[in-house]
Design a protein around this ligand. Structure first.
Ligand SMILES: NC(=O)c1ccc[n+]([C@@H]2O[C@H](COP(=O)([O-])OP(=O)(O)OC[C@H]3O[C@@H](n4cnc5c(N)ncnc54)[C@H](OP(=O)(O)O)[C@@H]3O)[C@@H](O)[C@H]2O)c1
Length: 322
């Protein structure tokens, strides 16, 4: 098993001593304490097993007890500024920076058809290379470091993917990123990357959910949501991370997961909610979840999913939901 859940006492022991912000004050109201289990994704780098992504209000999520924030260049400058502001607001309220975990992502531009489709060619052309994209990320976030920097998706060809990833590697030595990794890499892309880079990716963040984990193509490709990719990650001790764990963006909406009869019957058996069951099905496999919500009650319920323990037969039944 390549995943290790690490308790909060270990987090305190392993918190980086070199953090640039002095961290002494205890968290003050209204911020709920950090209650999320952590997974060690690289030596001494402990990532919350649940993270909150492209949403309007990350301060609210931290208030509810979340500590993992997920952002990316392509989510746009306002979203990235909001994440940086949420981190600063939490620190001002006494939440240690080392307790907050920020994931950001750079894209592969120019030269990626998917990039062009998402952003429009003009933006790709203005972001000339990986170094530019990394600098833009830090400029907008306004943070000294991120905890995790990902290559958001593979480039058009592996030479470009490797070159972009190699531009990220110095971030680890300089302390600008505690760890680096990839996103949307399928098994073949990941295998080639592993053979050509120095720092092994700590994370591969891919679409993964109940009903969305069997390699069903979206945007014409699997983007790493298949068993072969997860098995390669496990064999190489690369932590697999699930975005859209409720079936959101990657499945076109959460309704098919949250209204599924099997999910709801497991939820009823635990006096819980469909969302909590769907998230726990992910995290109980040692997978890092990246969800999103602008509803405080939803965030609180999502974090409370760690109180659930699903039985082996429930896990197996949920895996069969199509
Ligand atoms: N690496 C990549 O290529 C990539 C691609 C897509 C997404 N992502 C990241 O992953 C994040 C999550 O993706 P996603 O939004 O598709 O995730 P998701 O977890 O599948 O869906 C999130 C949706 O679920 C709803 N929700 C959350 N908790 C709920 C609850 N307890 N009950 C009912 N509904 C609930 C939220 O709506 P409410 O606001 O109403 O709660 C939100 O619209 C993104 O924000 C982004 O950061 C990464």
């Amino acid at each position: 098993m390549s995943f290790a859940l690490v308790g909060l006492s270990a987090l305190a022991l392993l918190a980086p001593a070199t953090a640039s912000i002095v961290e002494t004050a205890p968290a003050a109201e209204p911020f709920a304490p950090d209650s999320v289990p952590r997974i060690e994704i690289a030596p001494g780098v402990l990532m919350p097993a649940m993270n909150f992504g492209d949403q309007k209000n990350h301060t609210m999520a931290i208030e509810q007890g979340a500590r993992g924030l997920d952002t990316a260049n392509v989510y746009g400058d306002p979203q990235q500024r909001e994440v940086g502001n949420a981190v600063r607001a939490a620190i001002a309220m006494g939440v240690p920076r080392s307790e907050i975990f920020v994931t950001s992502k750079i894209e592969c531009c120019p030269g990626s058809g998917f990039c062009g489709a998402v952003q429009g060619a003009a933006l790709c052309l203005t972001k000339q290379n990986a170094t530019h994209n990394i600098q833009h990320d830090f400029d907008v976030l306004g943070l000294d470091y991120v905890d995790l920097m990902l290559l958001h998706w593979p480039c058009d060809n592996m030479d470009a993917s490797v070159a972009t990833y190699k531009a990220m590697e110095p971030l680890v030595a300089s302390g600008k990123a505690k760890a680096i990794g990839v996103s949307n890499f399928n098994a073949s892309a990941l295998a080639e990357l592993l053979s050509r880079v120095t720092i092994k990716p700590a994370i591969n963040q891919c679409a993964f959910s109940i009903a969305g984990h069997t390699g069903i193509p979206y945007h014409g490709l699997n983007w790493g949501r298949d068993d072969a990719t997860r098995e390669l990650c496990e064999a190489n001790n690369i932590t697999y991370s699930a975005y859209s764990p409720l079936g959101g963006w990657a499945m076109g909406g959460t309704s098919h997961v949250l209204s599924d009869p099997t999910v709801n019957s497991v939820a009823a058996a635990h006096n819980s909610t469909a969302a909590a069951v769907a998230l726990r099905w992910v995290t109980q496999q040692g997978i890092v979840a990246v969800t999103s919500s602008d509803n405080p009650a939803h965030v609180a319920g999502d974090l409370a999913s760690f109180d659930l323990t699903l039985t082996d037969s429930e896990m197996a039944a949920l895996a069969k939901v199509a």
